[in-house]
Write a protein that binds this ligand. Sequence first.
Ligand code: FCB
Length: 448
Amino acid sequence: MQKINFPKDFTWGVATAAYQIEGAWNEDGKAPSIWDTFTHTPGRIAHNENADISVDHYHRYKEDVALMKELGLDAYRFSIAWSRVLPNGTGTINKAGLDFYDRLVDELLRNKIEPYVCLYHYDLPQALQDKGGWPNRDTAYAFADYARIVTEHLSDRVKVWLTHNEPWVTAAAGYFDGSHAPGIKDPVATFRAMHHLLLSHGLAAEAIRASAKGPVKVGITLNLNPVHPATDSKKDQAAALRMDTMLNRSMLDPLLKGTTPIQEFAAGRLLSGSLIKPGDLEKIHTLDLLGVNYYTRTVAKNDPKFPVVAASQVQPQGNEYSGMWEIYPEGLHELLLRIWKDYQPACEIMVTENGVPVPDGLDFDGRVRDERRIRYLKDHIYQVHRAIQDGVPVKGYFHWTMMDNFEWSLGYGPRFGFVYVDYETLKRTVKDSGRWFAGLIVDNGFEY
Ligand code: FCB
């Protein structure tokens, strides 16, 4: 056992997303997002569940912030529901929607918790989907305008702005495999969505900086996985490289280098001329903060039948699985070092999501003994520490997530929270892992 100590100014936080926790799906002038439409379509979500009410954070935010305070969190990363603020995606502002985020930010600051605002976590206003969604370039301009409106409203108090959460997932799950809203399966639409999401980051960054009332940091948060070949064969090694280009470089290269690797794919080559306009890549290439969301690695094999990448994922034997993914803590160290070595980013780096689903339940005495999550966190946070020791200046770590919530297409099955939620009564109970994290924050480290 050794004591792992983190740098003095290290930020410890948790992350959530509007659709997953807020509920109040049609209250106070909020219009539907693509997730409202998607979850209200039978057959899309496990058990046909939806987040109409979810954990009712919209009404219970004070209780939730009080719990964050109890855990001693430095920061809270949450997202804003675009269709609460602009029911049509553009045009008329719904003041009651903005007021909710006002109250939330004030409550956080009263409790000395730094708000990290994410402008987009999968929930496009349905009105903009009706005009073509992310494959339509206009959506990027609408996003920048929405970013401006929220910045004008909150930047007297909010300093850290994340444009997107996992734009790769927005494009791939929304438009390629259709497992997320809007449930489309079209490789061309996927490439178009990917580019417009990135472009919207650049346009929004400009808008945020131009309208901010004080100094701000503009970042983005990406899902990134180290990719390993399934075997040593040349074909699998090449497949792993293609998969890495698709999963990681498609986002990292534009944001950190101002280049794009999409020409490496036939569909991308065909499109890139008409899709990527002069000046787009320069606009996208801007970042004060890179957020890394890490859950697992990808092991890839050559698979000519698989569209676009001709590679598919295999489930390696030997490691533990969480029910959703392989548990592979070393991958976080590998990933952080790779970002540092390949890109030498001038921006800050933080882990903006990491966590594990555990089938938690209340014990006879009302406690939730989620030892497995504590073990997962120790193993992963240790890898963050190793990366810092190896020279990567990681500035913070955000756990996914604060309280159990609606896990997209899997509904309420997976529980990721520090806080157990009884979905009948909505009663919150801090789990053992939450208490453990609170201790880690007090000590700024832990025994490993
Ligand atoms: C991430 C998402 C987050 C949650 C976790 C488990 O990819 O950003 O909303 O679904 O996975």
